[in-house]
Design a protein around this ligand. Structure first.
Ligand code: ARG
Length: 570
């Protein structure tokens, strides 16, 4: 916490006797900056003191010492407003960021705690969809957020590599696979088979039966079927890996649904022993009607396991292995009911850690305009989307900055950055629409806009050319934008904490957009020799360059947390 906020909360704690944390949490930013930098609503106290909050504010005012860092306290209605010493704020933030660099805003509130994040988790034998992309990007960013706060983070890819559909796939493969296509475009071919068998089995019910038998064989470990299944998994994983490489994504554990196969019978016996499982028309279920939910399905009539059984087993395995403080499932909103059933069942099983499991759900991703052309049949091939993004970014760079060195590399950072940022630019629950023009607009609310600001700041630093030195005459920084920027930078640590609490990387993306837009107005507004960043007054220039360096540091750190690169030139 910054020392200014701490001082205010200390004074209020002494004067009111309220808990420090409660005071901090209720401290606000006044809607009009001329009123002050922080405001505290006294109605928190009016009930217990049975007094009018305006009166309380007036009485409290005298108990706040304005030394050493606050320059005034005033009363506005029921609010106590605090104005900080501008010079001290700017000096403080510059010293803080200069000394900590990329460690600025790191915290140890997560020390000794573990967060397990189940994310990405695409399905074998199908191309990775844009919904899985959103899970991947959200999960990766949440990992960075928690790491920043000192948590141990375990990212798990819960691949969809098990289930009756693999019985279907084997049947289709044996009947219709084209060996040449399997060689050249395996995922496309597997997907074609997947679609075909689903269609055919609607007409020919015997195919359903055959598929079920084959899946049963797979669960029982029949070597021929297992070998085929392994082949499908390997081919798909190679395909996914290419996408993860493009995005720079790594997992601590890749354990698909099949990983839990051997442990599943233990889960079922446990549920039976606890009298939670019931037979219903030959199938094994957990009735949840007492909680106004459909039952969770454990086993089909033929004895084969289901998605929910594997998720129950996985949750138990994860708790036993990691003793997590949180287990987050980054999965689309379509699976809300599944997770409610899962968490309820864990609770009924008596696991007190069930309340540490959270479904971090997110809205739909759709394609707009020209993007639609990346669809093949009913699916989008992500790799094509990512490659097209880089190609489009390259076109823009060719136009704006044809002499740039390593254009290809920057283009891929920008193109992929555009896609990643689009996924994180709104609250998770909000749907997003992919649209090339909007995503890649260097002046819009986009990833490339932030990356471009970073490159501009880097260029200012290069032009400055001198070694950086934190000692500067910060009292010279009197422009309102300079103070606003310093205050904004001071908010960064709080933003990371809020993002972690709400599982919302959006808190960081919108913070970066606000901060950079402050800088852009500053940059565009002041062009006179004295007022521009590289002012003709050397003392002013030094102080401004230092503040700009701080912004650059925070911007880079924020972009990296979201999963974007911060190019020095573009
Ligand atoms: N493979 C699943 C799907 O694509 C997502 C799995 C999410 N994770 C989980 N533990 N259920 O729908």
């Amino acid at each position: 916490m910054n020392p200014f906020k701490k001082h205010i909360c200390d004074c209020l704690e002494k004067a009111t006797g309220l808990p420090f944390q409660e005071i901090c949490d209720s401290l606000e930013m006044p809607p009009d900056e001329s009123w002050g930098d922080y405001g505290w609503p006294c109605h928190n106290l009016s009930r217990s003191l049975k007094k009018n909050p305006n009166l309380i504010a007036t009485e409290l005012k005298s108990s706040i010492s304005t030394e050493p860092s606050i320059c005034s306290v005033s009363v506005k209605g029921p609010y106590l407003n605090f104005k900080l010493d501008k010079k001290e704020v700017i000096k403080y933030i510059c010293h803080e960021i200069f000394s900590k660099g990329s460690d600025f805003a790191k915290d140890n509130i997560g020390q000794g705690k573990t967060v397990v994040i189940d994310y990405s988790s695409p399905n074998i034998a199908k191309p990775m969809g844009i919904g899985h992309l959103r899970s991947t990007v959200l999960g990766a960013s949440l990992k960075n957020i928690f790491k920043h706060l000192g948590y141990r983070v375990v990212g798990i890819n819960h691949l969809g590599d098990w289930g009756t559909q693999f019985g279907k796939l084997v049947v289709a493969y044996k009947r219709w696979a084209d060996p040449q296509k399997m060689e050249k475009e395996p995922i496309e071919e597997l997907y074609r088979l997947y679609v075909k068998i689903h269609k055919e089995s609607e007409e020919d019910k015997s195919l359903e039966e055959e598929s079920r038998c084959i899946f049963k064989k797979l669960e029982d470990g029949d070597p021929e079927i297992v070998t085929l299944w392994k082949k499908f998994v390997d081919l798909s994983w190679k395909d996914f890996q290419r996408i993860y490489d493009l995005l720079g994504i790594k997992f601590e554990l890749v354990a698909g649904e099949s990983f839990y196969n051997k442990m599943m019978s233990d889960t079922i016996s446990l549920l039976e022993r606890k009298n939670l499982a019931k037979l219903s028309q030959g199938a094994l279920i957990i009735p949840l009607s007492d909680y106004e939910m459909e039952p969770l399905l454990l086993k089909k009539r033929d004895g084969s396991s289901l998605y929910g059984t594997r998720d129950l087993t996985a949750a138990i395995y994860r708790y036993n292995t990691y003793k997590f403080d949180k287990l987050l499932y980054v999965v689309g909103v379509a699976q809300s009911l599944h997770f409610k059933q899962l968490f309820k069942t864990l609770e009924l099983m008596g696991y007190d850690w069930a309340s540490r499991c959270h479904h971090v759900s997110f809205g739909w991703v759709t394609l707009a305009g020209e993007m639609m052309s990346t669809r093949k049949g009913n699916v989008v091939f992500l790799e094509d989307v990512l490659k097209q993004a880089s190609a489009k970014a390259l076109n823009i760079i060719e136009k704006n900055n044809p002499d740039l060195e390593n254009k290809q590399q920057v283009a891929s950072q920008v193109g992929i950055g555009a896609i990643v940022f689009t996924n994180l630019s709104v609250k998770r629950q909000t749907d997003v629409s992919f649209d090339w023009d909007r995503m890649l607009d260097f002046n819009g609310q986009t990833g490339p806009y932030l990356q471009y600001a970073h490159a501009r700041l880097s260029s200012v630093m290069r032009k400055y050319g001198e070694d950086l030195d934190v000692k500067a005459d910060y009292e010279l920084l009197k422009l309102p934008e300079e103070y606003r920027l310093a205050k904004k930078l001071m908010e960064f640590p709080d933003k990371i904490v809020i993002a972690a609490k709400t599982y919302e990387p959006y808190i960081i993306s919108s913070y970066l957009l606000d901060t950079v837009s402050l800088f852009s107005t500053y940059f565009q507004r002041y062009k006179s020799p004295r007022d521009k960043i590289l002012s003709d007054d050397p003392r002013l220039k030094k102080a401004r360059v230092n503040l700009s360096h701080c912004l650059k540091t925070v911007l880079k750190s924020g972009l990296n947390i979201l999963g974007l690169e911060a190019p020095e030139k573009m």
